[in-house]
Design a protein around this ligand. Sequence first.
Ligand SMILES: *Cc1c(COP(=O)(O)O)cnc(C)c1O
Length: 387
Amino acid sequence: MITKSAISAFESIQTPFYYYDIELLNKTLDEYTSLIKKYNYHAHYALKANADSRILSIIQKAGLGADCVSGNEVALAIKSGFSPDKVVYAGVGKSDKEIKTALKAGIFSFNCESVPEIKIINDFAASMGKTARISLRVNPDIDAHTHKYISTGRKEDKFGISPWMFESVAELFKSCKNIELVGLHFHVGSQITDLGVFKLLCEKVAELQQWFTDRDFFIPNLNLGGGLGVDYQNPNENPIANFKDYFEIINKNLVVKPGQNVHFEPGRAIVAQCGHLISRVLYVKIGQRKKFAILDAGMNDLIRPALYQAHHAIENLTSQKRKMRYDIVGPVCESSDKFGTNIMLPQTQRGDLIAIHTAGAYGQVMGMKYNQRDLAKAYYSDEICQG
Ligand SMILES: *Cc1c(COP(=O)(O)O)cnc(C)c1O
């Protein structure tokens, strides 16, 4: 919910820009961390969802660790104050330079996605006189029932090590001296709203873990990844993700052995709802069948609709008039530069402020300069709304 005082502050800011509701971010973190404490779990925030420096600093202070998918994210996490022993690092294509960065930093765990990757990490660790802590990112072959571009745990996806490779992985850990197996890692997709997927995941974890137990490998850490979805349809009604039911399902279904720690990697669910993309209407163009509200924000500022056919709630913050139907589009020279089709908005005119909600995750961080457009800046509720 964007307050009246925020809207009046928007008047003097150059659009388009990202607006972050810091109070909501803190509330979300409070709810999340209190459940993490209750169940004695560990959390690593997925930096790729939003790596804005202010947002990172708040999340770090709330006590979360960091989940990274590149060497630069590892470096940024550490620079932002995340302790290396709370940093995990996944990715199918870790480069030599990235592996060395993470080894030097002494991160908690490399979440490894293939046999050749583990070998290379062992070699680099040996040459640096270190031991690398390694978790296997396992592909559990689960369909997360989400958009195909954000599904990662099916056997046709590029992510993770499939169970038929376990034999050669076990051989590696026996023969290589500079790696230590510290966990199993799973991340099956993003924007998962069917909590039954997580129950299925818990059952898969037990089944896959058994293979290692049978061969006398103790697995000290189970990492269930991220993926919990948020409400893109009704952000005002459901500003905080359903953490309570999520952790209840996990707690009920996950078999945890004595001495085992359980980890999570939330991204979207922490930051999505606190972010809004704010823009102005440049023109209302009357077509033969449609009215187009043309915004000064485009797919270069928020690419999710173009990339994943994602829905974002759109609100006219200026007009209270009778509702009419619009296609909401951006200025970029691509037909996919469109935020919504047949959207009911109060009668809209040039200069109206438009908010695109639930833009805090995979929004600003995916911003690009296509068409040589400027990158949208970030503003924060506690800095622009005094009193
Ligand atoms: C992207 C990603 C996450 C975070 O996913 P969300 O859906 O944003 O919670 C967690 N772990 C890994 C390995 C990822 O790639």
